[in-house]
Design a protein around this ligand. Structure first.
Ligand code: ARG
Length: 462
């Protein structure tokens, strides 16, 4: 039991709280990460209070200067965080009082910790959205670099993880650029929607002081004040949208990570990962493991877990603020840290990896990968309905399989034994280079198309 009542809200209390109460109640261990945002919000609030004649200029100046001192103490690690003071908001204010005395007590005029925490947290998430945007752009640039280098390198394209049709390395890299481009736009979209200021909603109902919410909104880089004070303090959509967009982004990263795990295996050898992004085994000296890729593959678990976790915290909460909402931060912090780490690790891996062109080319020619080209040839040259062409090609594949060879290895006589009208020009479409070059439809894998898309992305990414 602490013996004295809390100096911030203890007026109606005669004694201190139980140590366990303090432990469950305090958020300072984690919400100190929002110190810079808290101080920015308080400085904007003090400035506005003075502009509105609610505080004297002298007091507002003392507060604003004192808050900068507090910030530098926190930044240099000299700040004595106190659990008894619960959270970052009260820790900062209490320290401000020690530094500037009486005027510190005037800072909380016309606001509450409810609008304060919503403001701080929004500012924090907004900073993360900007950081993620930069990290995504960097990863996309690395992928475009790979795509440009290998715009015409042939590799197998897969469905069901079975060889389907030849595609180009560049095309495959750009598929991920498209995904990450959508992620970027989802984050940008969330940023636009969340950019309203809760500050001045006060506890829940607004305030009787003649505050100027437009001013604080502008000061903090928000587009406008949130229009409904109840919603302003009860809303955590911005955190959920961040987590939802992060989950989808992490899911994309996990798919690429999985491909890198498969591709770097001895069975595939499509890529060689650099030593700087691989690890060894403590028992098997020959091993070079793709640990970074595996960890990226796993990150989606905790990030989506955070998303599900916060959804559960928020569901069913009556308006407006409930202390449950203090459970919003750790999951967002953890998800943000891990997403940033995953993006940086993926960027490093993609930049450093070497695509093994010869292995890719050889694999592309296996599995009868140009069977569709053969069927298309029968349609184009012999005027057959596609369904018949499909059937004939199936018979040719079976023939090749029985002979233990690939489609281009069949003789013209073999071909004609299945359909008499086949001519030797058919062999032109059975090579993998011709196959990819022919896929000129918009969005197709032809090197020409890939180079166009590389140019488009380079323009977008600057
Ligand atoms: N530490 C609290 C949180 O993170 C701040 C808001 C407290 N508000 C209150 N009414 N107790 O949610």
């Amino acid at each position: 039991m602490t013996d004295s009542a809390n100096t911030m809200w203890g007026g109606r209390f005669s004694g201190g709280v139980d140590a366990i109460m303090e432990a469950i109640n305090a958020s300072i261990d984690f919400d100190q990460r929002m110190a810079a945002q808290d101080i920015a919000g308080s400085r904007a609030h003090a400035k506005m209070l003075a502009a509105q004649g609610i505080l004297t200029n002298k007091d507002a100046e003392a507060i604003r200067e004192g808050l900068l001192t507090v910030l530098s103490e926190i930044e240099t690690g000299d700040f004595p965080f106190s659990k008894a003071l619960e959270d970052i908001h009260m820790n900062v204010e209490a320290r401000l009082k020690e530094i500037i005395g009486e005027p510190a007590g005037r800072l909380h005029t016309g606001r509450s910790r409810n609008d304060q925490v919503a403001t701080d947290f929004k500012l924090w998430v907004r900073d993360q959205l900007d950081a993620v945007d930069g990290a995504l752009a960097a990863l996309m640039t690395a992928l475009v670099g790979q795509a440009e280098a290998g715009a015409d390198w042939v590799m197998p394209g897969f469905t069901h993880l079975q060889v389907a049709q030849p595609v180009t390395w560049g095309h495959h890299m750009l598929a991920y650029v498209e995904m990450l481009g959508r992620d970027r736009s989802r984050f940008a979209d969330a940023r636009r929607r969340m950019n309203t200021s809760p500050l001045g909603a006060a506890a829940l109902a607004g305030t009787s002081f003649p505050i100027d919410r437009e001013m604080t909104a502008k000061e903090l880089g928000f587009d406008r004040p949130a229009a409904n004070s109840l919603d302003a303090v009860a809303d955590r959509d911005f955190a959920l949208e961040f987590l939802a967009a992060s989950s989808i982004c992490a899911m994309h990263l996990s798919r690429l990570a999985e491909e890198l795990v498969i591709w770097s295996s001895a069975q595939f050898r499509f890529v060689t990962l650099s030593d700087s992004f691989s690890t060894g085994s403590s028992i098997m000296p020959q091993k070079k493991n793709p640990d970074a890729a595996e960890l990226i593959r796993a990150k989606v678990g905790r990030i989506f877990g955070a998303n599900a976790g916060l959804m559960m915290v928020m569901k069913g909460l009556p308006l407006t603020y409930s202390k449950d909402m203090q459970e919003d931060k750790e999951q967002v912090f953890d998800a943000a840290d891990n997403l940033m780490l995953a993006l940086a690790a993926m960027e490093g891996m993609v930049k450093d990896m070497t695509a093994n062109r010869a292995e890719l080319r050889a694999a592309a020619a296996t599995g009868f990968s140009t069977a569709t080209d053969l069927a298309d040839w029968l349609v184009r040259e012999l005027g057959l309905p596609f369904r018949d062409a499909h059937h004939i090609t199936g018979s040719l594949v079976a023939l090749a399989e029985s002979k233990g060879c690939d489609l281009p290895d069949l003789s013209l006589e073999d071909m004609q034994s299945v359909h008499a009208d086949i001519t030797k020009t058919v062999f032109d479409v059975l090579g993998v280079e011709n196959s990819v070059a022919s896929r000129m439809s918009y969005g197709g894998t032809a090197p020409t198309r890939v180079r166009e898309q590389v140019a488009r992305w380079k323009e977008i990414l600057g």
